[in-house]
Design a protein around this ligand. Structure first.
Ligand code: FE2
Ligand code: FE2
Length: 168
């Protein structure tokens, strides 16, 4: 019998949902559907909030207070994505988001990845976590900041996460 993995399933389904909204929004990268893109920003930021504040937090607690090995890297990715979402979705920004999201989701979803580790550690708290996830409210997003330094800030935070877009 396949072992139940409701948290893994929940977060993986949310990745697919967000990817779909993203690809709809950026069908034409020179003319992004800004309404869809707004939906994407809310979806991704809310997903990150659910991970940081609920799933990873519960796993860390169940791990005796010690962060899981992947946690620092994933947090840096979240930081990079969050700062990229402040930028206007120019083709270059979209490419960076697409690249980071792709690599990031693998680390969470793959066998032995973050979701599996969290699921194992939090078996006792599973019902509570699912309850908490249901109660999460969407993250409010701010208008884009079109200043050029914002992209530089985003690139720096991507670099901290191991993505060098100056040589991209
Ligand atoms: Fe994540
Ligand atoms: Fe995720």
């Amino acid at each position: 019998m396949k072992q139940q993995a409701p948290l893994y399933d929940f977060f993986t389904a949310d990745h697919r949902r967000i990817e779909k909204i993203f690809s709809e929004a950026i069908k034409d990268t020179n003319n992004v559907d800004l309404e869809k893109y707004h939906e994407f920003r809310v979806g991704l930021l809310t997903h990150i909030k659910m991970e940081e504040k609920i799933l990873f937090a519960a796993a860390q607690q169940a791990n005796g207070g010690a962060p899981l090995p992947l946690q620092a890297k994933l947090r840096l990715d979240h930081g990079a994505l969050t700062s990229l979402l402040v930028c206007f979705p120019a083709p270059q920004v979209i490419e960076m988001i697409r690249h980071i999201m792709e690599q990031h989701d693998i680390l969470e979803e793959e066998q032995g990845g973050m979701y599996e580790a969290c699921e194992k550690l939090t078996r006792q708290e599973r019902e509570q976590i699912l309850e908490d996830l249901k109660r999460v409210t969407p993250v409010p997003v701010h208008p884009f900041n079109k200043a050029s330094y914002v992209l530089e800030v985003a690139k720096r935070s991507a670099k901290r996460a191991g993505f060098d877009f100056d040589v991209f």
